[in-house]
Design a protein around this ligand. Structure first.
Ligand code: C5P
Length: 236
């Protein structure tokens, strides 16, 4: 996987985390002069299935389908086969070896992103699951396995993007959620724990940032996009 130069209007992937396809379409229409990449996650997909994916793709935009498949390998393979002819650019799976193997086999022309550790997870959440590794080590381990098993990229927080890039070079795409605007970064964290700004994520080696609430809940989403794109331009 080559992480070639990515146009500015594909650097931010707007997460359409809304309950209704009408709202999603309004958001795309507000943002599309500046952004041509949208994430459809569980909430919106449950509301409109592939209709919203088809609508976004038909408008000439790219889609990251973020359903984070996690199941027995055969089920993951069959689910990926349901997606691979829909014009989706990135699809997400959980970054466990058998899941990655099954998904890679079935991906067709799509690119697969393995979730390393959810950005809402902190050290204490790993401890509560009985895991002794640090988040950073677990992310680094899963990113290496994703690359070895033929995955195209990983989803990881901005705090780990730099280590993944320096460990693994340019072969893996890095897509980073948990992005907040520079001002008041901590107070705007919501349920995210490992947050950074768009500029620092891209500066540390992320190829794209995924941004939901800071854009979708803003009074002026385009202004937030412009501010983040200015940060990215000054760094990339
Ligand atoms: O609103 P916010 O910017 O926090 O949204 C982040 C989006 O990225 C959500 O749609 C969430 O599901 C997704 N995501 C994440 N952490 C991951 C993978 C995806 O926050 N590791």
């Amino acid at each position: 996987m080559s992480t070639k130069k990515i146009p500015l209007n594909e650097r931010i992937i707007v997460a359409l985390d809304v309950e209704d396809p009408v709202l999603a379409k309004e958001m795309v229409q507000k943002c599309e002069s500046h952004v041509t990449f949208y994430k459809v996650g569980l909430q919106l997909f449950m509301a409109d299935w592939f209709n919203i994916v088809d609508w976004i793709v038909d408008r000439g935009h790219k889609v990251m389908l973020d359903l984070k498949f996690f199941d027995i390998p055969e089920t993951v393979k069959l689910a990926v086969e349901q997606v691979n002819s829909r014009g989706v650019t990135y699809a997400t799976i959980h970054g466990n070896d058998p899941i990655i193997r099954a998904a890679v086999e079935a991906r067709g022309d799509m690119q697969l992103l393995a979730v390393t550790v959810l950005t809402s997870f902190g050290e204490e959440d790993l401890r509560a699951m009985g895991m002794t590794q640090s988040v950073e080590d677990l992310v680094a381990f899963r990113a290496r396995r994703a690359l070895e098993l033929g995955c195209d990229g990983v989803v990881s927080s901005g705090l780990e993007a730099g280590k993944i890039r320096s460990d693994l070079g340019d072969k893996l795409l890095i897509v980073t959620p948990g992005i907040r605007p520079g001002a008041n970064i901590e107070t705007l964290a919501d349920d995210q724990k490992r947050i950074v700004t768009a500029g620092s994520a891209i500066g540390d080696g992320a190829n794209h940032v995924v941004v939901g609430r800071p854009i979708t809940k803003a009074d002026d989403p385009v202004r937030v996009i412009e501010m983040m794109q200015e940060e990215i331009t000054s760094i990339a």
